[in-house]
Design a binder for this molecule. Structure first.
Ligand SMILES: *Cc1c(COP(=O)(O)O)cnc(C)c1O
Length: 463
């Protein structure tokens, strides 16, 4: 992404300051369908609507800040993944991206499975009727209580993350008089983020058991000897917000090599491999994500080819997209408050939320887009930084973007692609009340997670 010379306009210096932004958009009112949910559109009046309901009506009824999920889009994306992978593969939605009971029901109805990584996520999934055998349980430090809860519920698989956990899960399963289906999570020495991947020396992390040095082979050896475990496969997850399939290719090749080694040593062909999640989405117009059918085709071909070469039966593949399903389907609606122009730099636009509803910008330097959604404007674009209301100068929602220069307090602006890792990572910093999640579909809007109240805050404060 490049810095660009500034077009003629009264409010800016001749050269834009440092930042990640591209040139100002040709039309600051345009909504790039790449970053906005499927049913989001600008109506004749200039107001933006989702599922046929205007944002002013939504703001009035549900308040701001609030997350609005396009249910039609969510279901379409879930279905696209399901269809792309077909009946010889499983799609596990990664619940940590965003989980609520309505989401669980949508996933169930669309034929997806579900990944959880805590007792809380498991309880949410079960309480919304997800069959336990369609749930996978993850985590690098599952407690004894969580393991017991998962085995008693009958989860379809537990993904074992360490040598200690192999023994722990085996022991608990045996004491409950059962055999638990498990996969072993391996680190394949690939770490992928966005457009790059690195194929060496990424065993230096808390997750999984390294393939290098024969550690993963040793884990398989141990798991196969324990009565409480039924080892069904190998799991790999290489990173997140990935666009380049090359990292998956290396991972698949290394996992299949382990399957072949296991067959040679034990005479056992493990029936499943899980290649994890991490597929990227468009946060800005510069991002070009892959479609589920392209991903399914690429992964299927790699695994089939490698298995043929190793003379293995092709295992059942599973994938675990979180962000790629829910991320693009929601936006956060904010009301504009204080506006602070800094001549020659940028204009700070404060909104009524911030790092409490979207920590990703502060945490990962994530990039986002933003648009004025309560009206259109013919004013010149101005370079803005959208910031929250928290007591922290790193409280940035959108680092660099363009909004019309007649922006005023009371206007509504929206940040797209906030469906993943925003509400699920939300906090009560400054005793902020976590925003509601509202599902919108075909002219109807309903709260699926309500807004927190001051009463909720005080209820926890029992001193
Ligand atoms: C986080 C995670 C995922 C989902 O990642 P996304 O980037 O949301 O697709 C899948 N599998 C595992 C094991 C994870 O930890």
């Amino acid at each position: 992404m490049s810095r660009s010379a500034h077009p003629a306009g009264p409010r800016h210096a001749d050269v834009w300051p440092e930042g990640h932004y591209s040139a100002p958009p040709a039309d600051v009112n345009a909504l790039d369908p790449k970053v906005w949910a499927q049913t989001v559109t600008r109506t004749d009046t200039g107001e933006v609507s989702v599922g046929g309901i205007g944002v002013a009506t939504l703001a009035e009824e549900f308040g701001t800040p609030a997350y609005f999920v396009d249910e039609t889009d969510f279901r379409a994306r879930a279905r696209a993944w399901r269809t792309a992978f077909g009946h010889d593969a499983d799609v596990f939605y990664a619940g940590k991206a965003f989980l609520s009971r309505a989401i669980v029901r949508w996933l169930h109805e669309e034929g997806l499975n579900l990944d959880v990584c805590s007792g809380g996520e498991l309880t949410t999934a079960l309480s919304a009727g997800m069959p336990a055998d369609r749930i996978a349980f993850h985590g690098n430090n599952k407690s004894t209580d969580e393991i017991t809860q998962a085995i008693e519920a009958g989860v379809g698989r537990i993904v074992l993350d360490s040598f200690q956990e192999i023994v722990r899960v085996a022991h608990i399963a045996q004491s409950l008089g059962t055999r638990q289906r498990v996969q072993i999570r391996v680190t394949v020495g690939v770490e992928a983020h966005t457009h790059e991947f690195i194929a060496t020396a990424h065993e230096d992390q808390k997750f999984g058991i390294a393939l290098a040095d024969g550690q993963a082979a040793e884990a398989v050896r141990r798991a196969l000897t324990l009565d409480g475990l039924e080892l069904i496969g190998i799991h790999s997850h290489i990173g997140s917000q990935i666009f380049d399939m090359a990292g998956f290719e290396v991972a698949a090749r290394r996992v299949v090599a382990l399957l072949a080694a296991v067959r040679d040593e034990h005479g056992v062909e493990l029936p499943e491999i899980d290649l994890g999640g991490g597929l990227g989405i468009a946060y800005t117009s510069d991002d070009d994500p892959r479609e589920p059918h392209e991903i399914a085709k690429a992964l299927g071909e790699i695994v089939t080819r490698e298995c043929e070469a190793a003379k293995l039966r092709t295992p059942r593949i599973s994938v675990e997209p979180g962000r790629a399903i829910v991320g693009p389907t929601a936006f956060t609606l904010y009301e504009v408050g204080t506006i602070k122009p800094l001549e020659g730099l940028r204009t700070y636009v404060s909104v009524d939320g911030g790092m409490s509803d979207n920590i990703r910008t502060a945490l990962y330097d994530a990039e986002y887009s933003v648009a004025l959604v309560s009206r259109t404007s013919d004013a010149e674009p101005m370079l803005v930084r959208v910031v929250g209301k928290h007591c922290e100068s790193g409280d940035i929602v959108v680092k660099d973007a363009f909004l019309p220069s007649d922006l005023a307090p009371g206007d509504l602006i929206a940040v797209p692609a906030t469906g993943a890792y925003c509400r699920s990572m939300a906090s009560n910093y400054n005793h902020a009340l976590r925003p509601p999640v509202v599902a919108v579909r075909e002219g109807e809007a309903r709260v699926i997670v309500r807004r927190e109240t001051e009463e909720d805050l005080l209820r926890l404060d029992v001193g």
